[in-house]
Design a protein around this ligand. Structure first.
Ligand code: DHB
Ligand code: FE
Length: 316
């Protein structure tokens, strides 16, 4: 069966994409940001997901203000890169997994989550920047990507609780898919930031660190935050963090935090990045079901990852 093995949160700040496209990664300002993802790139190269589900938000690229789906799942074979005003970003076209995406659609919709299905959709920096941060700039993305676009730009976005429960439904869908696939879920956006209005420039690091702590250990607490509380504490655009709860809902209740990085600022935004792995017991069960030999000891890769949890908590 397919299995969700880990979740990742990542910023999607457009200026990060511009820094990559204009070869400015070595500048001290950007080096500080990209350095925080070096270990993550190593991690994902070792984990080698077969598919990634990327929860992100569209910025009036695929959808205009005329049409704003709350949850839009990409079921296409490929997703062209959107032109956001400067031509499409020079990154590989995003290839989907229409078979798994359709399976998720069937399972999740019959579980009473009304997704919009997109058989044709362009993807913007909200999706491509997190891919760059995790995979670098390859010629082709290393695995199929299933985009899940969430409305966080037009009030009202979905509640954190709804997002968390959607994550659970996605997990159920993935686990009922017969192919043996390792799936990683990305939650993107955040952390605290406000781009316009009187509080433009707002950053609340205390809130961000507490959010990261709770994301790992007590995500239920985060599902109780209202939009108003999120926006008061983390700024108007901080509400993007509801998307992280879809990722978290798709994981086990108890997870191993194998990596954390936090830095301020990138453009207007506090960058928060975390990698959470489902526990070894679950991974062993998946290995056993897939017919591959399951030793009594944890798989070395996973054991190492669990050990890294103690040392890899980088904060700046
Ligand atoms: C910025 C951050 C965002 O999350 C976004 O969607 C757009 C801009 C910024 O920091 O500039
Ligand atoms: Fe954003």
């Amino acid at each position: 069966m397919a299995r969700i093995i880990a979740g990742v949160t990542s910023s999607h700040v457009p200026a990060i994409g511009a820094a990559i496209d204009n070869h400015r990664q070595a500048e001290p300002y950007w080096q500080r940001v990209f350095r925080g993802f070096e270990r993550s790139k190593e991690w994902i190269a070792k984990v080698k997901p077969d598919v990634c589900i990327v929860v992100y938000n569209d910025h009036a690229s695929a959808f205009s203000v005329e049409m704003i789906p709350t949850f839009a799942l990409g079921t296409a074979t490929e997703f062209p890169i959107a032109d956001e005003g400067w031509g499409p970003r020079p990154v590989p076209v995003v290839k989907g997994d229409p078979e798994l995406a359709s399976h998720i659609a069937q399972s999740v919709i019959l579980d009473e989550f009304d997704l919009t299905l997109c058989n044709k959709m362009e993807v913007d920096h909200g999706l491509t920047v997190p891919l760059n941060l995790m995979f670098g700039s390859p010629k082709e993305w290393p695995c199929p990507i299933i985009p899940l676009a969430v409305n966080v730009v037009q009030f009202p976005p979905p509640t954190g609780n709804r997002c968390f429960n959607l994550g659970k439904a996605i997990r159920k869908a993935v686990e009922s898919y017969p192919k043996d696939l390792k799936v990683v879920v990305f939650g993107t956006g955040g952390m605290s930031h406000q781009i316009s209005g009187q509080r433009a420039g707002l950053i609340n690091s205390k809130f961000d660190h507490a959010f990261l702590d709770n994301l790992t250990r007590n995500p239920k607490k985060l599902t109780k935050l209202s939009h108003l509380e999120l926006m008061r504490e983390a700024g108007a655009e901080g509400v993007e963090m509801v998307m992280w709860l879809i990722m978290r809902g798709a994981l086990d209740d108890k997870v191993d935090e194998v990596y954390r990085f936090y830095t301020v600022p990138a453009s207007n935004t506090a960058v928060g990045h975390i990698i959470l792995e489902n526990r070894i017991k679950g991974a062993k069960k998946a290995l056993a079901k897939s017919g591959k030999p399951a030793s009594k000891k944890p798989a070395p890769k996973l054991k190492r990852a669990a050990a890294r949890a103690k040392v890899d908590r980088i904060r700046s």
